[in-house]
Design a protein around this ligand. Structure first.
Ligand code: SAM
Length: 237
């Protein structure tokens, strides 16, 4: 269970509302039962339910069961897509261990689809289900232009790998090889793809690396998995 507070052996945690309801009503834990807690910073801990009701629960934190694993260095940057597929994309990117989720506004994006609480909840749920200890940070959306303009100040050595079905770089592995173990971000466009102006802007940047994900056009949420797999298999992390 993800707990958004510090965790240490011997802590007495008082949970209310959703977390206590989840323990008592969803997991149907009884007093004395155990649960594994993590907060994305301190690793995972065994904890015992001291007492609980729908409204409140008290847990005693026991020993640490696993140390915090280092997060991947990959930031996943994406143009928001339709809600159900965005939920899926956020969950898969989280399962693949990305360090951050960065929504970006492009010409063919509907920003009304952005719901930060929903994205955070999907990331936490994916981390709980896959028992991974890192929950990616969900960043505020910014325009693609702003992201590119700020890149040099914020991430000078990070490479931005953008999947573009119109790139003539057909061998993604060859394009990725020279990056070695660089810090990278992966960018996937919206259902309608990048505009020509966005493609030119991206291709004009020295830190941008266009890659193809093959001859077929993939849905954005499929492209997310394929691109992250390609990058992780070629760059590690
Ligand atoms: N522009 C396409 C069109 O209008 O048919 C669709 C874009 S696709 C649904 C969404 C995103 O997935 C693209 O912007 C790109 O980032 C990525 N993508 C999909 N298929 C790809 C491929 N074969 N190679 C590289 N990127 C791809």
């Amino acid at each position: 269970l993800f707990i958004d507070q510090p965790l240490a052996t011997g802590d007495q945690l008082k949970l209310e509302k959703a977390p206590s309801n989840y323990l008592v009503n969803v997991l149907r834990l009884n007093e004395g039962d155990e649960v594994i807690l993590f907060n994305g910073q301190d690793g995972a801990f065994r904890a015992t339910l001291v007492n609980g009701s729908k409204k409140a629960a008290q847990l005693e934190v026991a020993e640490q069961t696993s140390a915090q694993t280092p997060p991947s260095q990959i930031d996943y940057i994406f143009a928001p897509i339709k809600t159900a597929r965005l939920d899926f994309m956020v969950q898969k990117a989280t399962e693949m261990g990305v360090n951050a989720l960065r929504p970006v506004q492009t010409q063919h994006t509907q920003m009304s689809r952005i719901n930060y609480d929903r994205m955070r909840a999907n990331a936490v749920e994916a981390a709980e289900q896959c028992e991974i200890l890192n929950v990616p940070t969900v960043h505020e959306a910014q325009t693609l232009e702003k992201l590119i303009a700020n890149w040099a100040e914020t991430d000078p050595e990070r490479k931005l790998i953008f999947a573009d079905e119109e790139t003539d770089v057909t061998d993604a592995a060859k394009a990725l090889k020279p990056l070695g173990q660089s810090k990278v971000a992966v960018l996937i466009g919206p259902e309608g793809g990048f505009s020509e102006a966005e493609r030119e802007l991206l291709r004009a940047q020295s830190f941008c690396v266009p890659i193809s994900l093959g001859p077929r056009i993939l849905r954005a949420d499929t492209a997310a998995i394929v691109a992250l797999t390609l990058v992780q298999s070629n760059i590690g992390d």
